[in-house]
Each structure stands twice: as structure tokens, then as C-alpha cells.
Design a protein around this ligand. Structure first.
Ligand SMILES: *Cc1c(COP(=O)(O)O)cnc(C)c1O
Length: 369
């Protein structure tokens, strides 16, 4: 039995009759750019997250970048970002001309609030908690720190559609929340797409200008900005899929509980879960000793795995100019060498989970070595 890392075809088979007519309607109506489907999806996604506004954009990276720009974060400013994240979190900061200041993570793989004070400088303008792997960052210490020091909060919720903290969905805690709808995310488009959610009308209006060449109305350009619009085909797809998101996230949580129980039985430590409702398991990440060998054993059994992420952002050539060598963020660096992402998607079957766990059991001496 093959166990893919993500199975987008299984999802399509379930959705085909719902989604194809919606796409065809956009095509028949030629409403490709900022049409009614974009407005409908924005309204529905804002309602889902629990914010007043949502502005659709063309990627998660653009969402982060435009949210920062909308808050006037720019050259000379610093933004606190977890060291353990996808590079896009940091790149969005760099793209507005500001500087990412990394902070190491704790055992949850999320930003360690105990290390925030040390990262603060007079130039700090904002903090970007990242709800990594689908797990909500405990928001109280982040929000309290931001209030105390007059910082903006931009949530990178690109891996955590629907995750909750204290009953509220992530994306609704900060000044803005940013989402990616990259195809493999918990809510994924049929191409690139993203969104900014906010309760702040000023940020909402600024992002609306920034995504569309600075236009208030056609040929009236108030600010210099590029084109980062969400297109209507993607919005239509997302609007259909949004209705299934909670059910898919529930399925992911069930699969995670199954992995947890089965891995414990064979003496493997499951990933730390802070709260039940707070995790939507975009990724199911364990730690292993000899990763290359474990991957090989699993691959031979037809099990695909991933690494998120093999090289921390501060050790990427793209950020060599920051001068942050090995040893700068020990926890992030240690885990980068050990983390292994197991197959995780809503349509995963119990049989497939058993194949994965059997493979890990066969490689147990390499997992714990
Ligand atoms: C996917 C992702 C992004 C970027 O989203 P794109 O849509 O690929 O631009 C940003 N941050 C995190 C944590 C992500 O996982």
C-alpha cells in the first residue's frame, strides 16, 4: 500500500460535483478578477475566523507582506519572528525593508515567550507569532508583551486554518492574521492564494489598496503598490472548500490521536499538543535520531515523509548577511536535524496509519538510537 504525504486527488474525488460547476460559473461569467466570488469568500472567511474583515490576496507571503506594509512597518524597523518557521515569514519582513529578529522556540516548536525580552530593541515595531504545524501559539503572553511595548501583532496562521485558542480562532488575536491557501494547506486553492483578516478598518483599507496597484477606484492610484489580487477561480474553490474545513480538521485530529496512541505503544514519543482545540495538525511531526535511515525504511514500504524544515531560516544562504551562525538558536537547530513529518491529510485511512506505524516500528532502533 502506498501512503502519500498528502493526497489532493482523494479530496478532489469527494468535491468534484460541487467545485467544478462553481469554477465553470466564474469562467462563463468572465468574472475572473475581484468578482463576486472574491467578495463572497472574503465575507465567509472573515465570519469563519471571527474577524470583521478579510482581504483576499494571491499568496500567504503576500498576505504577510501587505499586512506589515499596511501597519507602516518598513526600513529601520525590526520584527520579532520565530527561528523555527517557513522562510516566507521572514521574507515578508525583509520585503517591506524591515529586519527579522529571530527568537528560538520551546518544546512545542513554537516561539518561546520567555525569550521575547532579549529580542526587544528600540527599533522593534511588531511581533509575528507563527502557528506552526497547525498548533495555536498560546496568545496571552504574546499579546501582553506587544501591549506592554506598543508593538503590532501579525499572526502567521498560514498552517493553522481553524485552529483555536481559548475558543477563538487564530488570526483573530492580532492586529492582522495572515493565511496561505497553497494547495497542500488545510484549506487549499487550486493554485496560489492567501488572505489577510483583521478587525481594524484602517488595516483592511490599506491592504485593499496595496493588493490592487494602490487603486481606490479604476485609475485612481493613491499609493504605489503592485498587484497581489486573489483571483475569482481560486476564491470560488476556497468558498466551496471552506464548508468542509471543520470536518477535515476533525479528521486530522482523529488521525493524530490514532498516531499518538499507536506510537506510544511502540515507545515513540508523539508530538506535544498544548490543547485539543488548538491544533489542526497541518503537519504531524515526530523526532528521530537517524532521520535519513528512518526515511529510507519508510520509503521502501511506500510511505512518503517530509521535513519542515531541514535548514533553519537563519542558516539559509539568503540570510547569510545577518551573520547568525550555528549555535544562534540551539533548539531550532537541534530539532531541524531530527524532525520528521508523517503523512497527514483528512482522507488518510486507519490502514494507511498502520502501514506508517509498522514502518516506524521496524525502524525503531533508528528512531531512538
Ligand atoms: C505556506 C506558508 C507561508 C507562505 O504561504 P505561500 O502561500 O506559500 O506564500 C508563510 N508562512 C508559513 C508558516 C507557511 O507555512
Amino acid at each position: 500500500m502506498q501512503v502519500p504525504f498528502v493526497d489532493l486527488k482523494a479530496q478532489l474525488n469527494e468535491l468534484r460535483e460541487e467545485v467544478i460547476p462553481r469554477i465553470m460559473t466564474v469562467i462563463e461569467d468572465s468574472s475572473f478578477i475581484l468578482g463576486p466570488d472574491v467578495v463572497t469568500f472574503e465575507e465567509n472567511f472573515a465570519a469563519y475566523v471571527g474577524t470583521r474583515f478579510c482581504v483576499g490576496v494571491d499568496s500567504g507571503t503576500a498576505a504577510l507582506q501587505l499586512a506589515l506594509a499596511a501597519m507602516n512597518v518598513g526600513p529601520g524597523d525590526e520584527v520579532i519572528v520565530p527561528a523555527n518557521t517557513f522562510i516566507a515569514s521572514a521574507v515578508a519582513v525583509s520585503e517591506v525593508g524591515a529586519r527579522p529578529v529571530f527568537v528560538d522556540v520551546d518544546a512545542s516548536y513554537l516561539i518561546d515567550p520567555a525569550l521575547l525580552d532579549a529580542a526587544l530593541t528600540p527599533r522593534t515595531k511588531a511581533i509575528m507569532p507563527v502557528h506552526l504545524y497547525g498548533q495555536a501559539v498560546p496568545m496571552e503572553p504574546i499579546v501582553a508583551f506587544a501591549r506592554k511595548h506598543g508593538l503590532r501583532v501579525i499572526e502567521d496562521a498560514c498552517q493553522a486554518h481553524g485552529a483555536r485558542w481559548n475558543g477563538r480562532r487564530v488570526g483573530s488575536f492580532g492586529d492582522a492574521g495572515c493565511f496561505s491557501f497553497y494547495p497542500g494547506k488545510n484549506l487549499g486553492a487550486y493554485g496560489d492564494a492567501g488572505a489577510v483578516v483583521t478587525n481594524d478598518v484602517t488595516i483592511c483599507e490599506a491592504v485593499r489598496l496595496l493588493r490592487d496597484l494602490g487603486q481606490r477606484r479604476k485609475y485612481e492610484h493613491l499609493v504605489r503598490a503592485g498587484n497581489s489580487r486573489l483571483d475569482s477561480v481560486q476564491a470560488a474553490v476556497l468558498d466551496v472548500k471552506l464548508r468542509h474545513l471543520d470536518r477535515w480538521n476533525d479528521a486530522r485530529r482523529r488521525h493524530a490521536a490514532s498516531y499518538d496512541a499507536k506510537l506510544k505503544q511502540i515507545g515513540i514519543t508523539p508530538p506535544l499538543r498544548l490543547r485539543d482545540e488548538g491544533h489542526v495538525y497541518h503537519l504531524y511531526v515526530i523526532e528521530v535520531e537517524d532521520r535519513a535511515a528512518v526515511r529510507e525504511v519508510l520509503a521502501q514500504r511506500g510511505v512518503a515523509t517530509g521535513i519542515h524544515y531541514p535548514v533553519p531560516v537563519h542558516l539559509q544562504p539568503a540570510y547569510a548577511d545577518l551573520g547568525l551562525g550555528r549555535g544562534s538558536f540551539p533548539r531550532t537547530e537541534q530539532t531541524a536535524d531530527r524532525i520528521l513529518s508523517l503523512p497527514m491529510f483528512a482522507e488518510l485511512t486507519e490502514g494507511q496509519i498502520d502501514v506508517v506505524v509498522d514502518g516506524i516500528e521496524a525502524a525503531a532502533h533508528l528512531v531512538r538510537a
